[in-house]
Ligand binder design. Sequence first.
Ligand code: SF4
Length: 263
Amino acid sequence: MATLTQQQLNNLAKTFDDRTPDELLRWAFQTFGSRLAALSAMQQSGSIVAHMISRLKLDIPVLFVDTGVMFQETLETRDRIAKEYGVRVRTLSPSLTMSQQTEKYGVLYLSVEGQKECCHMRKVEPLLAVKGQFDAFIGSLRRADGGRRGDCPILALDMEMNTVRINPLANFTDEQLEAYLAEYPVIVNPLHHQGYSTIGCNRCTTPVLPGEPKRAGRWRHLGPWSQYCGINPTDVDQGSTTGIELSQDLVDRILGQKTDFMI
Ligand code: SF4
């Protein structure tokens, strides 16, 4: 085994800054193969990534965490993407239903501390259940979404999952996103057309007013203290990140020492 550090990834990411999402997705598939998956909450940018995977004919599964309290529109978007794009969508679920969780712990999402616990049980733990099956996850974070995502990296370490996180849309501007939607028949969660700029669980997501920040509709009932769920490690402090452990061969491939594929 070998250690891959955030510093090594930062150096590599500098050379990726002017690469297109298509090029980054091809690099990811070439590098990680069957140990790669995309994560999607079935929001607009996740649907674009799924569409790109389908258009490029890359055999990359899409993982969707169903917290059990998703909007019906979100579940229908997932089903349409699986059927119409022909991508493999795998649904991950928490161990307790929301009713069972509420019976055991109370209504957690009504307090700031409870929200963290609830998101951990319903979003993070289902992902942790597949730890070891993948070496890299593709996300759909964009810097244009602002907040903590204003400087989200193209490549990051996920210490908890021991994986690399790849954000091929990190540099995708709002204009590029609109242009992509105009050019391709992307399946977009219909809630985006009903005032929801971002979409999560039905308990904790509302539409936003014109002029409000994009994430104002997330955990609105908790005030400005809770804005992220922790499923994206780049949303939280990287702290004293040292590195993750991968095979030497894979680390060499990631860092470009063993590759016949140049993007
Ligand atoms: S978004 Fe709300 S309901 Fe969903 S997991 Fe987090 S706290 Fe629970």
